[in-house]
Design a protein around this ligand. Structure first.
Ligand SMILES: [Zn+2]
Length: 403
């Protein structure tokens, strides 16, 4: 057991790796909540404790399994983001391969935490039948309306559109090794929820509403057994001004060791104007060169994402990309010069930079590809859809309801 303190409410609780778990009397989906992957974000831990206690007290009927897993226990106990490495950047293919062979060096507390969490996730995936849902609870260092961070697969898009708050698509293209990208690549519905500012009591309230809505949407609890509309309205009100679907198109990366200071007063989603001074990095001013919206501005000491820029995605673009992906339009791409399959599974393409210049990032996004790895001559783009376990969800209510 470790002690976790919440500055917002001045409360301290004791938790283990499992904040709690409930096995329902009836068969159903398995939902896995993760909270405190970042140790300075305890709101989700408190919210999960409260919801699970309420479900037990009210003897709410549970259809399926609920798991609430604490993230970086070492860091949660200390109120620190992490020890040496950000636990939400460690889920890379090379580390996972080493973990599978028990060869990952235990060089810091974060690696030890990763190994334990991975083991628990594996156990759940092998014990239960699914469908599986993973939700990662976070808070931000700046003030913010609640929002979802969503790896851009059609499954995720369809599921998350049920929540009355903003969705940010495509964060996986800018971050290396977040836990959710790893789970997404296994093909499951998984996304993040950011409930508010780290030490704002409203963040706990928003998390509670989000957890209840999630349990209803996956069919684990019935809409008539909880105060569904109160929770829905709570989240809707908190996120009313920012509602919409956005994409990240820019990241300001802080170089290792560079001092970085964000100008004060930047809330998430705030409009920024061309010419505005946003931050100072290594003694140089960072000036906006066009109008935009700021996302995840950094107001803490640990971390290397200075800020991101986002823009709303027009509805027609969302619809068009859904059609392209459902028609598997990407199968035709290797007919074009400079484009070839990069794997026999046909889930990745190699684009010759000289020839395939016209295959802009936006076109690849429409087709459901993300680009991350580059070399001198080629761009490797990877399908977000190929691994999707659509079969697992096809009878779920949210999947069959048109919108
Ligand atoms: Zn976080």
């Amino acid at each position: 057991m470790i002690k976790v303190h919440n500055k917002a409410t001045n409360q301290t609780v004791e938790v283990d790796r499992y904040i709690g778990r409930i096995k329902g009397a009836d068969k159903g989906a398995s939902i896995i909540f993760l909270a405190g992957i970042h140790g300075n974000e305890p709101s989700g831990v408190f919210a999960l404790l409260q919801v699970l206690a309420e479900l037990r007290e009210t003897e709410t009927k549970i259809k399926g399994n609920i798991y609430a897993i604490a993230g970086n226990l070492w860091a949660l106990e200390r109120g620190k983001r992490y020890d040496k490495k950000d636990l939400n950047r460690l889920w890379t293919a090379s580390r996972l391969k080493k973990m599978a062979k028990n060869e990952l060096p235990l060089e810091d507390e974060d690696s030890a935490q990763q190994i334990e969490i991975q083991r628990e996730l594996d156990l759940i995936l092998s014990a239960d039948e699914g469908p599986f849902y993973f939700m990662d609870l976070h808070t931000t260092s700046s003030q913010t309306a609640p929002f979802l961070t969503v790896n851009d697969s059609l499954l995720n898009r369809k599921f998350t559109q049920q929540f009355p708050c903003a969705s940010i698509l495509g964060i996986e293209e800018y971050l290396t090794g977040p836990l959710l990208s790893y789970i997404n690549e296994l093909g499951f519905v998984s996304f993040g929820f950011e409930g508010g500012q780290h030490d704002d009591p409203a963040a706990i309230e928003n998390h509670i509403a989000f957890i209840y809505l999630s349990l209803v949407y996956v069919g684990i609890i019935s809409v008539s057994d909880v105060n569904y509309y109160a929770h829905f309205e709570k989240l809707k009100k908190a996120g009313a001004k920012t509602l919409g679907i956005y994409e990240i198109y820019y990241r300001f990366a802080i170089k290792a060791g560079d001092p970085f200071k964000m100008e004060p007063g930047y809330e998430n989603f705030k409009l920024i104007r061309k010419g505005e001074r946003l931050a100072t990095s290594n003694g140089k001013e960072v000036i906006a060169d066009h109008d935009s919206r700021v996302f995840m501005p950094l107001y803490q000491n640990q971390g290397d994402d200075g800020f991101f820029a986002i823009r709303p995605i027009p509805r027609f673009a969302l619809k068009l990309s859904e059609l392209f992906r459902n028609w598997k339009f990407d199968r035709l791409l290797p007919l074009l010069p400079g484009v070839k399959w990069a794997s026999s599974k046909r889930d990745a393409l190699l684009l010759d930079k000289k020839i395939a210049k016209f295959m802009a990032k936006d076109v690849m996004h429409l087709m459901g590809y993300r680009s991350r790895l580059f070399d001198k001559d080629y761009i490797l783009v990877k399908s977000r859809e190929a691994a999707s376990k659509q079969e697992q969800y096809k009878n779920e209510q949210w999947f069959t309801t048109p919108f």
